[in-house]
Design a protein around this ligand. Structure first.
Ligand code: 4AD
Ligand code: MG
Length: 430
């Protein structure tokens, strides 16, 4: 028995192969059954002719319910009408498990129903396409940083203190004390950069986001490069080059998936260097022109980011936000200390922030003041201050949320479909 995956059946034209998968759909017309068999690598039409199979096998397919698991043997035939270019002329069928009353039917289901059935919804062609784009994004991220000499550097998930503000921490009992699920691997990434020069952290991050938006999850995955001897300009160069690489890879490798998702390819094709770089102050001017009444110092929320990103045909880098709106570790701009040496990269088509980062405060005294003024526990940051006491150097980095990036590349309305099992304010299950 020659078992092959659907995506590789074309390599066996004219030969007899066996495909293992699930029945995605079935259509019958008297002497013929058309079985759509999905195996995770693709879907192939298996044509069963009454004349060519044993009577029992033909009868088996008569009432076979959707999502039954199967082993189908047949001859690979070229078929220019088939999406994958081939079909299977069935010679034998084995049912591994007969399904019954599959809850997800071709009719429209509400998103709450689909999320409740996420363990099954993942079998749909759209969700399969999204998960493959996600895998490609992750692969491209690692490929980029590995290729640029960044060391993969895993940060802890259980941490003693906040990185991105104290309002959205998840607390976990940790023996006799309290630990927090990490909000970002950055602080540990900084230790890595001062030990190895260039590192990247990749892992899950957690934020108890109490707001329901289409951009926020409570558990999401972040890729965070950090480099020593670098400032904001080098950081922006890196973010730009990195993002171009990721988008190009997905366009090259996942074109078929993007077609399944009916993603307009034109905007992604425009993601080339250079990205426009504007200051926060310039961003306010753009927003004022669009009717937003914002004073200097105001944070840019989802609506503002959407409006801004719609003003450019490619990602835009907004740098030098007011220090007050940013985290404690940001270095102030020596040319204008009201501004932080930070950058947000906003994706086009209204997607908004996909990357946030900047240059870190590298002076121990200044940093200590910031930790105090943000009301953070100094004793938890002794090690972090050490990085400024023993060979401090200018250093910078950023974080990209994988789910935001996937939502943008797939053209999705909401990040909840970009991760196998989304965690949000009102969703902990399945
Ligand atoms: O801008 P943020 O909060 O930056 C940091 O965490 C830095 N410590 C990163 C660094 O410099 N190493 O988050 C970075 C990115 C955002 O741009 C966004 O893509 C994503 O993480 N993100 C979220 N994605 C989904 N759900 C959420 N609740 C997110 N919060 C941030
Ligand atoms: Mg941010």
């Amino acid at each position: 028995m020659r078992v092959v995956t659907v995506e590789r059946t074309g390599e066996h034209e004219g030969r007899t192969v066996t495909v293992r998968g699930w029945l995605a759909a079935r259509r019958s017309s008297g002497k013929l059954h058309f079985l759509q068999v999905r195996d995770g690598t693709g879907t192939i039409q298996c044509v069963m002719s009454k004349a060519e199979v044993a009577e029992a096998a033909f009868a088996l397919a008569d009432h076979l319910p959707q999502e039954s698991s199967l082993e189908v043997t047949g001859v690979v035939r070229a078929d220019p009408r088939a999406p994958i270019g081939y079909e299977l002329g069935v010679t034998d069928l084995r049912v591994i498990h007969q399904s019954a009353d599959y809850p997800i039917t071709p009719k429209e289901h509400g998103v709450a129903f689909l999320l409740d059935h996420r363990h099954l919804w993942l079998r749909s062609s759209r969700q399969q396409a999204i998960m493959r784009v996600r895998a490609e994004v992750i692969r491209a991220c690692r490929e980029y940083f590995d290729g640029q000499g960044f060391l993969p550097f895993d940060a802890p998930i259980l941490t003693p203190a906040a990185c991105e503000g104290t309002t959205n921490l998840f607390a976990v009992p940790y023996f006799d004390e309290t630990a927090y699920l990490t909000q970002s691997g950055q602080l540990y990434g900084e230790a890595g950069a001062l030990a190895f020069g260039k590192v990247y952290v990749f892992g899950p991050t957690f934020r108890a986001e109490k707001s329901k938006t289409r951009r926020h999850l409570t558990e999401f995955w972040m890729i965070e490069p950090e480099m020593a001897f670098a400032g904001l300009d080098e950081d922006m160069d890196l973010a730009e080059d990195f993002l171009v690489h990721v988008v190009r890879r997905v366009r090259e490798q996942r074109a078929a998936e993007l077609r399944v998702l009916e993603r307009d390819p034109a905007p992604l094709a425009r993601v080339e260097k250079p990205f426009p770089r504007i200051t926060y102050a310039e961003a306010l001017d753009v927003l004022h022109g669009k009717g937003f009444a914002l004073e200097w110092g105001a944070d840019l929320g989802g609506d503002e980011e959407t409006a801004l990103s719609e003003s450019f045909d490619r990602p835009v880098m907004v740098h030098r936000y007011p220090v007050e709106s940013k985290a404690f570790y940001m270095k102030a701009d020596p040319a204008d200390p009201r501004c932080a040496l930070c950058v947000d990269v906003l994706a086009p088509e209204g997607y908004g922030e996909v990357i946030g980062g900047g240059q870190r405060e590298d002076d121990a005294t200044m940093l200590e003041d910031k930790i105090r003024s943000h009301g953070l526990p100094l004793d938890a940051f002794g090690w972090y201050l050490d990085l400024r006491r023993y060979g401090s150097v200018p250093h910078a980095g950023f974080g990209m949320g994988i789910e935001r990036c996937v939502a943008w590349l797939c053209g999705l309305h909401h990040v909840r479909e970009t991760i196998p099992f989304a965690r949000m304010l009102e969703r902990l299950r399945p």
